[in-house]
Write a new protein. Structure first.
Length: 202
């Protein structure tokens, strides 16, 4: 139950106002993971583990990959998602990650939006309007983590440069391989580094 408070803010369960909760969810602070889970969106750690499992399954690897193989898989994924294009945008990434995760963009887990607009188009759900979809979340995080020139188009070179850095930084024991925990930490890292959405998403 909510109560009116001065300044127009509304206090929700636990004494937090709507803006604070909204900000915490958007910033993906771990203390708000349980709220995102109730909204149908997994927390960063759970999402990273899920992507890791699917990524390793796609790579036909059980527990890890050599650094060079990790980089090669990303190169292959970009080529598959781009088809005959030199670069890929956010829609391509959403479709690609939906396929990797075994989702359909129109399903609850992979959809981008929440409400229909004129012409049948869908717009992203707001912070209290439901999940934006697992594939949309990871696509947005991946875009920010790889788009070095900020043109919203991801080239093969940008993916290769990013994957090389991820494998070097993620290989904590410097043995030339990435185990499942290290790969999961890489995914979680760029999910957490994703800036908060401010209405219009990049």
């Amino acid at each position: 139950m909510s109560h009116g408070v001065p300044g127009g803010k509304r206090t929700l369960t636990g004494g937090l106002d709507r803006w604070t909760i909204s900000h915490g969810i958007a910033k993906r602070h771990p203390e708000f993971d349980h709220i995102r889970t109730r909204m149908g969106e997994p927390g960063d750690s759970a999402l990273a583990k899920r992507i890791t499992e699917k990524f390793l399954a796609h790579s036909k690897a059980e527990s890890g990959l050599a650094n060079a193989k990790f980089q090669e898989i990303w190169k292959q994924l970009h080529a598959a998602w781009a088809v005959d294009k030199k670069s890929i945008g956010r829609p391509d990434l959403i479709q690609g990650f939906a396929k990797l995760l075994g989702e359909q963009p129109g399903e609850r887990g992979g959809r981008v939006g929440g409400q229909a607009e004129r012409g049948g188009q869908r717009r992203p759900a707001n912070r209290f309007g439901g999940p934006i979809g697992t594939s949309a979340v990871i696509a947005r995080a991946f875009s920010y983590a790889t788009d070095s020139d900020g043109d919203r188009e991801i080239t093969a070179v940008e993916v290769q440069v990013a994957a090389k850095k991820w494998s070097a930084d993620g290989d904590k024991d410097k043995n030339g391989e990435l185990n499942s925990e290290e790969i999961s930490a890489i995914f979680e890292g760029f999910i957490k580094s994703m800036p908060a959405s401010r209405g219009r998403r990049r």
